[in-house]
Design a protein around this ligand. Structure first.
Ligand code: PEP
Ligand code: MG
Length: 325
């Protein structure tokens, strides 16, 4: 199998019926970067910037952050890299950042919520990103967006830093693309408004499914209880894709489901043309992809999602399709 995946590395990520799909990888540290080449990833769809903060014993300085981001862009050598701003709080604690104990940390003071309250932290990071990407494309996305004002504030922060650095003569990115992670169900009911504010969206399906189904993503006792390959969750993902298309915004998904071949099959059948996963999953997902008739699966899925009383579960549909093809 390992041999087969290696052999697939230089094969185009294209379905049997000719649809190109960007198979991107998730990363967070310098040690992940050699995998870009080794796995044949199309780029980094999610760079988790909090990892640098989590392994440090004190707050990383702006210069340390800038050096890491710059090394990541160098290693990517022109392939797209999407940096996610700090996603701390919840289960990701920094020993040197005082946080009050919370009863429900996943629903608590975390990610963009914390960042907007402590703009010093976020501004430092945005400055490091803008400087590191001087003369190149910079893609930045914000985690755990719940309402659109948070996104407006985050956009304001980055444009202020951009102007500030420009005034001081720094070379700024050639192009700046801003995105939101869709992880909180409130965004599902304001998709068109959301799309007006971004260049791209990236679905954090780990958190989106956690909040969608009210199931703690870290609790093994209930982890398998509800299926993320379910009709309602797939309807939610389809709504996102439709809204993205209506508004000419690109949409991708970077949660763990992207790396499971059967789920990745569902995502491509739904209409995703870019997904991001751990590098080790790229081989197995590509092996599935090159055998997939995406258009045929898309027809099956579209008919299923429109049914008032589906005769089978979504997972059954997938298994049936996989067995017949
Ligand atoms: C997600 O929630 O799906 C995601 C990609 O972010 P993280 O796993 O880092 O919360
Ligand atoms: Mg998340």
């Amino acid at each position: 199998r390992q041999e087969r995946y290696r052999a697939l590395r230089d094969v185009a990520a294209c379905t049997k019926d000719g649809q190109d799909v960007d198979l991107m990888m998730n990363a967070g540290l310098l040690v992940d970067l050699p995998q870009l080449e080794a796995a044949g990833a199309a780029g980094i769809g999610l760079f988790r910037t909090e990892l640098q903060f989590m392994i440090a014993s004190t707050m990383p300085k702006t210069s340390d952050q800038e050096r890491l981001y710059s090394a990541v862009l160098d290693a990517a050598g022109g392939k797209p890299v999407t940096f996610r701003t700090l996603d701390i709080g919840g289960d990701k604690v920094l020993p040197y950042l005082h946080q009050s104990p919370e009863e429900n940390p996943a629903l608590g003071y975390r990610a963009l919520r914390l960042a907007l309250d402590r703009p010093g932290l976020m501004r430092t990071q945005l400055r490091a990103l803008l400087k590191a990407a001087g003369g190149r494309e910079l893609r930045v996305m914000f985690p755990m967006v719940t309402d659109l004002n948070e996104l407006r504030q985050a956009r304001d922060l980055i444009s202020r830093e951009f102007k500030h650095l420009t005034r001081f003569g720094h070379v700024m990115p050639r192009r700046l693309k801003l995105g939101a992670m869709i992880e909180v169900p409130s965004l599902l009911f304001q998709l068109d408004e959301l799309m007006q504010l971004v260049d791209f969206v990236s679905i954090g399906s780990n958190d989106l499914f956690q909040f969608f189904s009210a199931v703690d993503r870290g609790n093994a006792q209930i982890a398998g209880r509800f299926d993320d390959l379910s009709t309602p969750f797939m309807r939610a993902l389809r709504e996102i894709l439709d809204a993205a298309k209506r508004n000419s915004v690109s949409a991708t998904l970077c949660g763990e489901m992207a790396g499971r071949p059967i789920s990745a099959m569902a995502l491509i059948g739904l209409g995703f043309r870019s997904i991001s996963m751990t590098s080790a999953s790229i081989g197995p997902v590509k092996a599935m992809l090159v055998e997939l008739d995406a258009e045929a699966l898309n027809r099956r899925i579209t008919a299923h999602l429109a049914e008032k009383h589906p005769k089978q579960t979504f997972r059954q549909l997938l298994e049936e399709f996989a067995a017949a093809n």
